[in-house]
Ligand binder design. Structure first.
Ligand SMILES: [Zn+2]
Length: 622
């Protein structure tokens, strides 16, 4: 038998099978009992909650022979019988008494005129012809108007069912002539039990956790849930003899961040543990989860605490019992007002994150600020300079960065996203080392709590290099567009060690594409073309090494190195030295035979060419 997707295979055939829309199915069944069927209906609601399905069952019921002929059956059962000729035609999809019309793709006046023509003809068998017009809000105003006349004086045999996800877009002239039914979002529990039923019918073994995960992901849409289940089966079931779906596979497929991570965040807050917090952030970034999505889920996590505080029950928390138990246990760690503050902060940051300079870094800062919210006293303390907090390797004097002459020329005048300190001596330190200022939208100066000294031997900390991270924080603070330029009058005592790990190649790579974009905006197209054949290889001691895979680009970049250097410095706000290397092996692999290189090779290798050049004093021009 050919494969049929779950949503089709398990599509409800009776009113009773339609999940969670009893307020609608009961009303329709009542109308059928009383023989008071209308001519126009609007079914509105989220996608995949049963609008079209209900319309089909309705069409089947009004044409069911048994419903028509047997008043007792109609009174007491009020469902399509599924056995008469009409019902069988409906089930086989061959009934002529139902027309489905997709307004998203047929929304012109002509389409509606054609539909209007068809409506004139009554059914050959059965009582009604039912027209289901899906996505009706997509019809043009003219098309709606063309329809109005038909709806005002419909033929006795016609029933129109308009399905829409956007009720407000339907003109009042249409909606006032219809009975309106609003389909509800399907509760998670009901989706879960429906999926359970399907899995049982398919002889699939699946845990409640995994089902809950799918149901949550579907966000109230049964069709989405069934499609996800299809996908999960294809992903997890290896053969027909062993139809087991594991929670881990579902979580992997849905790119689901486990609740553990969110509890780690709340534990880090409760325990005033920034290192743990950064581990969570690293986990999110390294595993390719969306940071914004994580913050949104974190809001839900804190919302669950609020639910618990207010209802004193975990009933409305959509999690397994074990997870609900964890909420109960952790609830004592925070006050309701603190949770509100944290939610407020997260909502603000989640909305803005993607539009921010260095958003991954901001993501980490946001998480750390949650700790600060919970332990506000720490920032007020006269915090020690960073280098006293973080163990930093002894730094050799030559590692102190010196700017190149080009850097001091350019750093002061080019406006970039990050105004660079014009200081020629990069070992200068921002004056604010006593506390770390975090720029945010309102330019408030937030103070981070003094982080504990990470113990390198402590197990479990291997994932986060806290000192490198702090270095990045220093750099970020210095280069924030909102910060005033830092003066170079820092005391000598803060010169050691602070920039270690600051000017690292990752920092450049992270924003490299934006840098190229900024060059394009300045009409430096040629420069960008050459830069595209380069990669950033390393950066140490303030020297950024760039390897070029094309000889020609390499030569051009060498010519333009002063310009390039000043652009880099003004964009990143960091004075650097630039070293451009040529990688011949790479070139041999990727070389494009441009006309120039072809002729140049020819001029060097071909005897005739060499002779001509020699005799006539030729020169290669390109
Ligand atoms: Zn029937």
């Amino acid at each position: 038998m050919s494969y049929q997707v779950i949503a089709r295979k398990y599509r409800p055939g009776t009113f009773a099978d339609i999940t969670a829309q009893e307020h609608i199915t009961h009303t329709i069944q009542n109308a059928l009992r009383l023989d008071r069927v209308g001519h126009g209906y609007i079914f509105s609601g989220l996608r995949g909650v049963g609008k079209t399905t209900a319309a089909r069952v309705f069409a089947k019921a009004v044409n069911c022979q048994k419903m028509i002929d047997d008043p007792l059956y109609r009174q007491e059962v009020t469902e399509p019988c599924g056995e008469c000729e009409s019902c069988r035609d409906f089930d086989a999809g061959t009934s002529l008494n139902i027309s489905e019309f997709d307004a998203a793709s047929n929304n012109s006046v002509d389409d509606i005129r054609q539909l209007r023509e068809n409506v004139r003809y009554g059914p050959q068998k059965g009582r009604y012809r039912v027209y289901i017009i899906d996505e009706v809000h997509m019809l043009s105003t003219a098309a709606f108007n063309a329809f109005l006349k038909t709806l005002e004086e419909p033929p006795a045999h016609a029933i129109f069912i308009f399905a829409t996800t956007e009720l407000h877009k339907i003109p009042a002239t249409i909606s006032s002539r219809c009975q309106r039914f609003n389909f509800k979002r399907i509760p998670i529990g009901l989706i879960q039990s429906q999926l359970q039923m399907i899995c049982r019918a398919e002889t699939l073994e699946i845990s409640d956790d995994a089902l809950l995960l799918i149901a949550r992901k579907a966000q109230g849409s049964m069709r989405d849930a069934q499609s996800i289940l299809d996908q999960v089966i294809a992903f997890s079931v290896r053969n027909d003899d062993e139809k087991v779906i594991e929670y881990e596979r579902v979580a992997e497929l849905l790119n689901y961040i486990d609740d553990d991570q969110f509890f780690d965040v709340s534990d880090a807050i409760a325990g005033n543990d920034p290192v743990k917090m950064l581990q969570v952030a690293r986990f999110v970034i390294d595993n390719g989860y969306d940071e914004q999505d994580f913050l949104e889920k974190l809001i839900e996590h804190f919302r669950n605490f609020l639910v618990l505080y207010n209802l004193r029950s975990t009933r409305l928390i959509e999690r397994t019992e074990a997870v609900k138990e964890r909420y109960q246990q952790s609830a004592g760690s925070f006050s309701a007002s603190l949770v509100m503050q944290m939610i407020e902060l997260l909502m603000k940051e989640a909305g803005e994150l993607k539009f921010q300079f260095e958003y991954q870094f901001r993501f980490e800062l946001t998480l750390l600020r949650l700790i600060e919210l919970a332990h506000p006293g720490h920032g007020e303390q006269p915090a020690a300079p960073v280098q006293a907090v973080v163990p930093i390797k002894k730094k050799a004097p030559e590692q102190v960065l010196k700017t190149t002459p080009a850097a001091s020329r350019s750093a002061g005048h080019t406006p970039g996203p990050a105004p660079a300190p014009p200081s020629p001596d990069l070992s200068a330190v921002p004056p604010s080392t006593s506390h770390l200022s975090i720029p945010d939208a309102s330019c408030r100066e937030e103070q981070l709590s003094q982080p504990p000294v990470p113990d390198r031997d402590q197990p479990g900390l291997s994932g986060v290099d806290f000192s490198a991270w702090q270095g990045r924080l220093m750099n970020f603070t210095r280069n924030s567009p909102r910060k005033p330029p830092v003066e170079s009058s820092a005391s000598g005592s803060s010169r050691n060690g602070v920039f270690e790990g600051v000017v690292e190649v990752e920092k450049f790579r992270m924003e490299w594409n934006q840098f190229l974009e900024s060059l394009l905006k300045k009409r430096q197209k040629v420069l960008v073309t050459h830069l595209r054949s380069c990669e950033l290889t390393s950066c140490s001691h303030g020297v950024l090494v760039m390897t070029c895979g094309k000889k020609f680009s390499y030569e051009e970049l060498m010519q333009d190195s002063a310009l390039l250097l000043s652009e880099i410095e003004s964009f990143y706000g960091i004075p650097v030295k630039l070293q451009i290397c040529y990688d011949a092996t790479k070139d041999a692999m990727t070389r494009e035979q441009t006309i120039f290189t072809l002729f140049r090779d020819l001029a060097e290798t071909n005897d005739v060419m060499k002779y001509i050049i020699k005799e006539f004093g030729g020169e290669l021009v390109y």
